[in-house]
Design a protein around this ligand. Structure first.
Ligand SMILES: CC(C)(COP(=O)(O)OP(=O)(O)OC[C@H]1O[C@@H](n2cnc3c(N)ncnc32)[C@H](O)[C@@H]1OP(=O)(O)O)[C@@H](O)C(=O)NCCC(=O)NCCS
Length: 186
C-alpha cells in the first residue's frame, strides 16, 4: 500500500490536466467489474464514499438491476476503450413522496481526474435524469480533501449548497461531515 499523505493523494487526485474527450454511454452489466474497481480505492482508503467495504460484484449487479427497473440512469465514461468513470442516479429516500428526487454518484479512476471527464459524465447524467422525469437532484459530498473535486464539479453544473450535516459519518477513526447540494431540473 502507498503511504497515505492525504486522502486526496491516496486516491491519486492529480493537478489539472489537458482536457479529455470521453465517450459517455449507458452502462451495461459487463461494465460492472470496471465500476467496482473504480470505487474500491475510495472505499478502502478515503472518506469520499461512506462505504467502508467496497461493494461486491453481486452488490453492484443488484444496484444496476434496481436502477434499471426504476428507469434511473447509470452511465460510464470511456477513454480509449477503457471505462474510467461512472455516474448514476439513485432514489434520494425510500418514502413515496420523494419519488421525483434522486441522489447522484460520480466517481473516476485517479488517472482520469481533472480532465473534464466528471463534467461530461455529470452533465449527461442530469440530461438523462430530466428525460426520466426527475425533478430534483441531491449530491452528498464529504467535507474532506478526498472529495475536493466534487464541490466545484457540482457547482459548475448548477448545484447550490443546501446545508451541512455535521459529523454524520465515522470512518477510519474520525468523524466526517457532509455537504448537501441540490440542483432543480424543473
Ligand atoms: C469529483 C470528480 C468526479 C470530478 O471529476 P473531474 O473529471 O476530476 O472534474 P473536472 O475535470 O470535470 O472538473 C470539474 C471542476 O472541478 C474542479 N476540480 C476537479 N478536481 C479537483 C480537485 N481535486 N481539487 C480542486 N478542484 C477540482 C475543476 O477544476 C473544475 O472546476 P472549474 O469549473 O472551476 O474549472 C473526480 O475528481 C473524482 O472522481 N473524485 C474522487 C471521487 C469523488 O469525490 N466523487 C464524488 C463523490 S460525491
Amino acid at each position: 500500500m502507498l503511504p497515505l499523505h492525504s486522502p486526496a493523494e491516496a486516491a491519486g487526485a492529480p493537478s489539472a490536466r489537458p482536457a479529455a474527450r470521453p465517450t459517455v454511454r449507458t452502462a451495461e452489466a459487463g461494465d460492472l467489474p470496471a465500476v467496482a474497481r473504480i470505487l474500491e480505492p475510495y472505499a478502502t482508503r478515503t472518506v469520499a464514499t461512506f462505504d467502508e467495504e467496497p461493494p461486491s460484484l453481486d452488490a453492484w449487479s443488484a444496484r444496476f438491476a434496481d436502477l434499471a427497473a426504476r428507469g434511473l440512469p447509470f452511465l460510464v465514461a470511456e477513454l480509449e476503450g477503457e471505462v474510467v468513470g461512472y455516474a448514476y442516479a439513485s432514489p434520494w429516500r425510500p418514502k413515496s413522496a420523494y419519488r421525483y428526487t434522486v441522489e447522484d454518484s460520480v466517481y473516476l479512476a485517479p488517472e482520469a481526474q481533472r480532465r473534464g471527464v466528471g463534467t461530461r459524465l455529470l452533465s449527461a447524467l442530469l440530461d438523462a435524469c430530466s428525460l426520466a422525469g426527475v425533478r430534483q437532484v441531491v449530491a452528498v459530498v464529504a467535507d474532506d480533501p478526498a472529495a475536493a473535486g466534487s464541490l466545484p464539479l457540482h457547482q459548475r453544473l448548477g448545484f447550490e449548497v443546501a446545508g451541512v450535516l455535521r459529523d454524520v459519518g465515522i470512518k477510519h477513526g474520525r468523524s466526517v461531515s457532509t455537504m448537501l447540494l441540490q440542483r432543480s431540473l424543473g
